[in-house]
Design a protein around this ligand. Structure first.
Ligand code: PLP
Length: 394
């Protein structure tokens, strides 16, 4: 289950009942989205060849500057197909950062490949490239076929592609970019999702923009995207009768939801600007608080999907979990970062190259309300509530 969902936080400790709960990353939708959806519904085309899905794909491709885009039913489906198209399968391994949402590792498992976990960089939470270099060397020595390095742009901040891409190129391993959280982020002028051979986005309900459920695969490689498109439509051969040479999937995005996506895409810049403004306010608030920092702070290219504060309890004199408890009494939702994959019962036996950084981030981080739909009053309430806590714990 996703760690970020929008169950109302319950007031505890006998305080006043909370009438206006603040969620971590609620969908930012309104009349524009409603009108686009209604227009698509009334047009009466419900099949993937309807005009909305193709238009949405072209608009996303143009927005991120990539040759081809394929709208899919989820980010997870997009990851699954991306991995298949680079040759992940039984007998191969895929390197995955341990600090991620389970979907990243699960998609590897669907292909029959084996996930091998790698720890992350303390400043950003993204894959540790030095450790990866070491790990790729050891996997090569052991004669393992590495089908891909699956890089995740955590909280919307791009990984260290200046070092990651040459490393992977020199070892002949394709990079698949899980940019589920990073639509609209840039890295040295290039868009998140387009930095590896193939990338994916998620439009799930809590992401920077949403189609309620949905995802997209993007690549400059026309043949790769054509192959993914074929697999996404039950691998039906282009002949009049039903002919199938491969096992395919039913993974296309609903064309009605594509219409919702088009409305959201037209507002993406404004939504990112709001998330960034919120991050700036958190950064200002915590700047003077010893033992705290904003994960990945100072990256101008990030879409600021989630803002996570990292707390060193020895220096701060309090723990991230205590702040979470205080927030919940005021109806404010917060979450620790993802529990690392190597700590998950389902993946505990997988090989992993670890430094302890992901474990420490999991124990010491808290993601704060970051959504672009938060009202000014809600933002003020969150900041006041944090300030109260900080006063009490000086
Ligand atoms: C959200 C997310 C996914 C999965 O996307 P869905 O659209 O929910 O299937 C994959 N990877 C990461 C890092 C995510 O945050």
């Amino acid at each position: 289950m996703d760690l970020i969902h929008h169950r109302p936080p319950e007031a505890r400790g006998g305080g006043p009942a909370v009438t206006d709960p603040v969620f971590l990353s609620p969908p930012d939708v309104g009349e524009l989205e409603e009108s686009y959806l209604l227009r698509a519904f009334r047009a009466g085309r419900f099949d993937p060849e309807g005009p909305e899905l193709g238009a949405f794909e072209r608009e996303v491709a143009a927005r991120v500057g990539v040759g081809h885009a394929l709208g899919l039913s989820s980010g997870t489906a997009a990851l699954h197909l991306a991995l298949l198209t680079v040759g992940a399968g039984p007998g191969s391994v895929v390197v995955v950062p341990t600090l991620t949402f389970a979907a990243t590792a699960n998609a590897v498992t669907y292909t029959g490949a084996e996930p091998v976990f790698v720890d992350c960089d303390a400043a950003t939470g993204n894959l540790d490239v030095d450790l990866l270099s070491d790990l790729l060397g050891r996997l090569a020595e052991a004669g393992r076929r590495v089908a891909a390095v699956l890089s995740v742009d955590i909280n919307g901040r791009c990984a260290d592609y200046d070092r990651l891409l040459p490393l992977c190129a020199s070892t002949g391993v394709p990079v698949v970019e899980d940019a589920a959280q990073a639509l609209g982020s840039t890295y040295r002028g290039r868009h998140a999702g387009t930095l590896g051979r193939v990338g994916i986005y998620s439009f799930s309900h809590n992401k920077v923009m949403t189609t309620s459920a949905g995802g997209m695969l993007v690549s400059d490689d026309a043949a790769l995207v054509a192959r993914a498109r074929h697999l996404a439509t039950q691998a039906r051969e282009p002949v009049p009768h039903y002919e199938h040479r491969d096992v395919g999937y039913n993974y296309r995005l609903s064309t009605l939801l594509a219409a919702l996506g088009r409305a959201q895409l037209s507002r993406l810049d404004a939504m990112i600007a709001r998330r960034r403004a919120l991050r700036d306010r958190y950064a200002q608030l915590f700047a003077a608080v010893p033992g705290t920092r904003i994960l990945g702070a100072g990256d101008q290219g990030s879409n600021c999907w989630l803002t996570s504060v990292v707390v060193e309890p020895e220096r701060a004199g309090w723990q991230a979990g205590q702040l979470a408890e205080h927030l919940v009494t005021r109806g404010v939702e917060s979450r620790p970062m993802w529990k690392p994959m190597h700590r998950q019962p389902v993946y505990a036996d997988q090989p992993a190259a670890l430094t302890g950084v992901a474990d420490r981030l999991f124990a010491s981080s808290l993601s704060l309300p970051s959504g672009s739909a938060l009202t000014g009053d809600q933002v003020d309430r969150v900041l006041t509530t944090i300030s109260e806590f900080l006063q009490e714990h000086r």
